[in-house]
Design a binder for this molecule. Structure first.
Ligand code: 4AZ
Length: 273
């Protein structure tokens, strides 16, 4: 899948068609892509990664997982705004009565860790669903997670955002580009790429979505093969031990010429949560 149309379709729409199993006209975003190239990750190494879950909406086979999230304070989880969109949830977040995060658990078929209800949701008012800019939401948990689960957020202009910096992306998303969702947490080693790499891949005028360096961060594997994919949205991109990005969108998965696009957390997250 190539070209403007593919790009416009990738992201939130790809996620919901794949996760909900609805084949609705749109080709899967990752139909022609290679594997995302990750490996199993231990939750003890990455306690700040959580799964967003609703068994009511997404079924119980994979504990209702449909997106990723990141713990940035004991009761605050960051995720992608598009994960809370009507196309994904089928309504407003508060209408999903079992909307929770699963923390401290790598295996979606396991029992470890804890499931915590979401008490409140805040969607970045500057999020633009047509351009994907500002793709960030904050979930407030009904109960506190341990302080040890919290990851620090990169400051504006943090060196961790510099091109060439090694980074890890985490999630339970598609491992193959054709709808094979992971049942255990995985991570893939990527690097922060120059803004120019994403500006080249996603220029202006392609169905609304284009790369915006002010609010987005470009990352991937310059040789292709390692990337985030559908179902990873909202999950963390970590570099130098700090959170630099949230999985947001891209064209396909793992193609060298189409890097992953992440929410640039340092500029999009408000100073005060
Ligand atoms: C998605 O559909 C998606 N390769 C997330 C990340 C990427 C592509 C698609 C990046 O949620």
């Amino acid at each position: 899948m190539r070209g403007p149309f593919a790009r416009a379709l990738t992201g939130a729409l790809g996620l919901v068609t794949a996760v909900a199993g609805v084949v609705a006209g749109a080709a899967p975003a990752a139909a022609d892509s290679v594997v995302v190239g990750g490996s199993p990750a231990a939750i003890t190494e990455a306690p700040w990664v959580v799964a967003l879950s609703s068994r009511d909406r997404f079924g119980g086979t994979r504990a209702g997982q449909f997106c990723g999230g990141v713990v940035v304070a004991p009761t605050k989880v960051l995720t992608a705004a598009h994960c809370l969109g009507r196309e994904v949830l089928g309504g407003q977040p508060w209408q999903l009565r079992d909307f929770s995060v699963i923390a401290g658990r790598a295996s979606l078929r396991g029992q470890g860790g804890q499931e915590v209800r979401i008490a409140d949701t805040w969607v970045n008012p500057d999020y633009d669903p047509t351009t994907n800019s500002g793709d960030l939401a904050v979930l407030t948990l009904a109960e506190s997670l341990p302080e040890s689960f919290v990851i620090k957020v990169a400051a504006r202009g943090d060196a961790a955002e510099n091109p060439g910096t090694a980074a890890e992306v985490y999630g339970w998303g598609d491992t193959s580009g054709n709808g094979s969702y992971a049942s255990s947490l995985r991570s893939a080693h990527v690097q922060v790429l120059p803004d120019a790499a994403c500006e080249r891949a996603y220029p202006d005028g392609f169905g609304g979505v284009s790369y915006r360096k002010e609010t987005m961060l470009c990352a991937g594997d310059p040789r292709g093969g390692r990337d985030a994919c559908q179902g990873d949205s909202g999950g963390p991109l970590v570099a130098r031990g700090v959170l630099v990005g949230l999985v947001s969108w891209g064209s396909g998965c793992g193609q060298a010429e189409n890097p992953g696009v992440y929410t640039r957390v340092s500029t999009v997250l408000p100073e005060r949560l």
